[in-house]
Design a protein around this ligand. Structure first.
Ligand code: NAD
Length: 492
């Protein structure tokens, strides 16, 4: 039997054994096999990384942008070369299917590609003669040391909403992966090391609350990006901001989709099923509520039930599997508890996916696609983030009622409409209170060159991840007003 590896940190260009006293098991959610042990690093290790990053910043910010992005070009090639390995690691530690892991890595790489355009994207503005003989310019300068705190559900992609932009703009960086899925970043940091990027520019610190709190308190860390659940996002946003740091914190979600009677039911069902059950519902852009309007109630309910029943559930590494397990046994118990709560609130089960038998994977955290119907729109189950493969059906009489329901929610990550009418689509995109809108789209994930725009309790801050927002987040503007007296006689 192979020994279980213990994961090191990567600080100042060195792989270091953590001085942590506590380690957690990294568990394959399909098999419950222990893949590795992850250290819960201490505040002193965060300090070591922050000091290394602050030291590296001195020369990194002076490195021309054109030179900085050469490391990203190298990283892009290495990520392509190791694409399949990375996808396998994501599936092993996170549970999603191989195709979903490949999709995730593609999105990660797209962010590297976009950040390679920093020599253009980071440019400032200027205007001659703001008054006679006086010119004004605005330049963008990096902040210094920045850090990201990541969730479990996209171990490859989410750090890349931030990291490529942070370093391309001249900052130095610390990544704190989710302690549930640290293996993907271990591999990616081996690739980052291969680019030859100067030591201390990018650092990896494994851990959980102690490491996060140390990041929030560290005086050398100027900016923090967070992605995770809303209660933790609120905590991190407020504590980081209280310490004077620039913050952007993406939180949880409860995404509604509306199906109008004029929607193409075959296409809608296919897309909605992928949104609700893809990645076992553990996407912050997963559809969690489907609101049917008019006769869509019957057509959509029947079609989605058929599709859900047929979804092949199993180990994501196996061919033909369409949905993997949820992340932990605690998560499975929590999701099943929420299904029960829905029943107690008056809903009934159209499809019950609890406690499935997945042959060969009896120890995995599996739940099959589950559909609750007649869900009470004001009940807990209609409001709470489930983060599992559970779709709640609610029926309403009009698009106005459906939009009112969307807008009454606590979250604003995504809302989608399925229709064949342009006027309905326009009304929806105009009125729906969510930062990412899908029209006949089930996972309205912004491409790397658009901001990932959560609203309400799905986001705390101003500037989002990805694209121009990330460039603005990782730079501070400096305005220079210049006058050069024109006394030629003294010059020549
Ligand atoms: P989580 O909030 O439990 O953990 C996220 C990170 O915070 C981890 O790195 C963890 O170590 C750290 N953390 C957890 N509790 C902490 C505490 N008390 N103090 C300090 N640090 C703490 O989230 P998760 O379960 O890993 O991820 C799932 C959540 O992330 C869901 O709510 C999902 O909607 C959300 N999410 C949101 C987006 C988005 O773009 N809005 C994207 C992906 C995931």
């Amino acid at each position: 039997m192979n020994a279980i590896p213990t994961l090191p940190n990567y600080i100042n260009g060195q792989w270091l054994t953590s001085s942590a006293t506590e380690y957690l098991d990294v568990i394959n959610p399909a098999t419950s096999e222990i893949l590795a042990k992850v250290p819960l690093s201490s505040a002193s290790e965060v300090n070591q990384a922050a000091v290394a990053a602050a030291t590296a910043f001195v020369s990194w910010r002076r490195t021309p942008a054109t030179e900085r992005v050469q490391y990203l070009f190298k990283l892009k090639n290495l990520l392509e070369e190791h694409f399949e390995d990375l996808a396998r690691i994501i599936t092993q530690e996170c549970g999603k299917t191989l195709a979903e892991s490949q999709g995730e890595m593609r999105r990660a790489i797209e962010n590297v590609e976009v950040a390679c355009g920093i020599p253009m994207m980071m440019q400032g503005t200027n205007l001659e003669d703001i008054a006679r003989g006086i010119d004004e310019m605005m330049i963008r300068q990096p902040l210094g040391v920045a850090a990201v705190i990541c969730p479990f559900n996209f171990p490859g992609m989410i750090p890349f909403w931030f990291l490529p932009y942070a370093i391309a703009t001249g900052n130095t960086y610390i990544v704190k992966p989710s302690e549930k899925v640290p293996l993907t970043m271990q591999k990616i940091f081996q690739l980052i090391e291969k680019t030859g990027i100067p030591q201390g520019v990018v650092n990896l610190v494994n851990g959980a609350k102690e490491a996060v709190d140390a990041i929030l308190e560290h005086p050398k860390i100027r900016a923090i990006s967070f992605v995770g659940s809303t209660p933790v996002a609120k905590y991190i946003y407020s504590r980081g901001a209280a310490n004077g740091k620039r913050m952007q914190c993406q939180g949880g979600a409860k995404n509604p989709i509306i199906v109008l009677p004029d929607a193409d039911i075959e296409m809608t069902t296919r897309i909605a099923a992928d949104s609700a059950f893809g990645c076992a519902g553990q996407r912050c852009l997963a559809a969690s509520i489907a609101v049917t309007v008019g006769e869509a109630r019957q057509t959509f309910s029947e079609a989605i039930a058929e599709t859900a029943k047929k979804r092949v559930v199993g180990n994501g590494l196996e061919q033909g599997v369409e949905m993997g397990p949820v992340i932990t046994t605690q998560s499975k118990t929590r999701i099943e508890g929420l299904i029960q709560q829905g029943l107690e609130e008056g809903a009934n089960l159209l499809i019950d996916g609890r406690n499935p038998q997945i042959t060969g994977y009896e120890r995995g955290n599996f739940i099959r696609p589950t559909i609750l119907q007649n869900v009470n729109p004001t009940g807990e189950i209609a409001r709470t983030e489930i983060f599992g493969p559970v779709l709640s059906l609610i029926h309403l009489d009009s698009i106005d009622q459906a939009i009112a329901l969307v807008n009454s929610g606590q979250y604003g990550n995504m809302a989608c409409l399925f229709t064949s009418r342009g006027a309905a689509a326009r009304k929806f995109r105009y009125e729906a209170e969510a930062g990412n809108i899908g029209i006949n789209i089930g996972v309205a994930a912004p491409m790397a060159f658009f901001p990932f725009s959560g609203w309400k309790d799905s986001f705390f801050g101003d500037l989002h991840g990805q694209g121009n927002h990330a460039v603005e987040f990782f730079t501070q503007t400096k305005v220079i007003v210049e006058r050069w007296p024109n006394d030629w006689s003294r010059q020549f």
